[in-house]
Design a protein around this ligand. Sequence first.
Ligand code: N01
Length: 549
Amino acid sequence: MSPRSLEPERFDAIIVGAGVGGLYAIHRLRTLGLKVRAFEAGAGVGGTWYWNRYPGCRCDVESLEYSYSFSNELQQEWLWPERYGTQPEILRYVNHVADRFDLRREIEFNTRVKEIVFDSKTNVWTVKTDKGKIATARYCIMATGNLSTPRRPNYSGLGRFKGNWYHTGQWPHEGVDFTGLSVGVIGTGSSGVQSIPIIAKQAKHLYVFQRTANFSLPARNAPMNPSKEMAHKAEYPERRRAAFDTPFGIAGYPPPQKSALEASEEERLRAYEAKWMEGGSISFLYSFNDLLLSKEANETASEFVRRKIRATVKHPQTADLLCPNDHPIGTKRLILDTDYYETYNRDNVTLVDIRNKPIREITPTGLSTADAEYQLDAIVFATGFDAMTGAMKEIDIHTDAGMSIQQKWEHGPRTYLGIMIAGFPNLFMITGPQSPGVKSQMILSCEQHVDWIADCLEYLRARGISGIEAEQDAEDAWVRHNNEVANRTLYPQANSWYVGANIPGKPRIFMPYVGGVTAYKKRCDEVAANGYQGFRLGTSIEEPRSAAQ
Ligand code: N01
């Protein structure tokens, strides 16, 4: 190998991750004429939709909304077969986007970024991968995803288990046939609730190990209605704009005006029933304007769903166990399902309460709880992710000033706008913590972040500025604002992955911004219009802002 080939490859921007956000970042930054490179751990594009191939995996945002808006031709031409996209369909769409915009040539697949180091003398990041590759770039764009670090409980004995085990977030590409098997599913979040009805149809017997009951609503999935699709597409430009005037980045749900407590019991039931029949989580939470603000108001909706569970599940003890009682509805991700509660009426399905009788260990032939032994041929961990901060913290991101992301976020994430982090110049995040990402239509938020970052890079280039860094004060104020906004709602009351409660030892901080997409985008736009207020700009980051202008 010549000495020359050992030199790092140089880029203007390095993008980590080729999911929905990373792909759009490649496209957008390339149109600025930047030389970009993306590193992707998977063998293909799609991120979440590449990894989560478990049976029943489907988006809980409607297909006509959950799609890119940056190309009108794309959004007009792509045909969605169902109201909610299945994982294979969404992955097909993302692959189509990668091909259509010729994005693959900038991506190194099967390559995991291990270390990212900033050199403050040159304002350049050096990126090292598990393939031994070293590349440098002025800018790093972390498109590493919010739910991309699968986690399973550390039960002893798994190594001795004779059957196969799986995590929903790392599902085998060839699929799994559970026919004739005794299967255990651990976890009843969105992934568990979506996969349980399908696995139940295959398995000889399915044991569902539930620690916490979650609220789930019927998705009411259906084949796409072609006239609805045509009408929606005719209004795409206005609808996409209107989405930014909504809290969750999804247009078409008129904001509720009335408190649940101002409505009569009869009026409330009518409203909830209509939403229950219509399907959709935002729509349900939009029944009244205070469901996420007032516990008393929320309880009327929570109890409505509990009654539905009791009316659906025939065995009263099982129904009771399935009724959530530890959090207000909507404060954990509200799940959409197809036949979830109905599945417990099958003779081959058993719900096991591991809240009161926890799993003790995995045995060679199954698992044991505090009071019983279960014989299992396969175990499915639907136990979620180290959400929002996991993927960033898995990479050794540090600066030559000695600051590392592990130290910086030791007590929880701290960011400015969820886009940048004080102490980490020229490092951007797409839908980072303290942005609305996971509390919004994710693709809309990815596009908004990428567009903001691209505009920022153009601004810097036009002024000959080579460095940008969030100011400490601006970051502190943004973190405070996030907490204030969250504390006005019921969200922090739930032991959800939003607060890191699913990961033992993770600091309890409410991580997403819940002030709504409208307020957030307005703030981002104002910051940019004011010359990137709250950011320090400089040819060298060490220079004060005035020296750069
Ligand atoms: O993960 P989760 P997920 N012992 O963290 C249980 C998105 N998503 O993969 O609640 C026993 O929600 C845990 O119990 P508890 C969506 O945003 C979207 O299902 O911590 N049980 C819980 O029941 C979603 O919210 C879609 O007590 C343990 C479950 O495992 C997010 O991804 C589809 C345990 C984990 O639930 C994550 O969903 C799928 C332990 N030690 C996912 N540890 C759609 O678009 C954890 N659990 C539809």
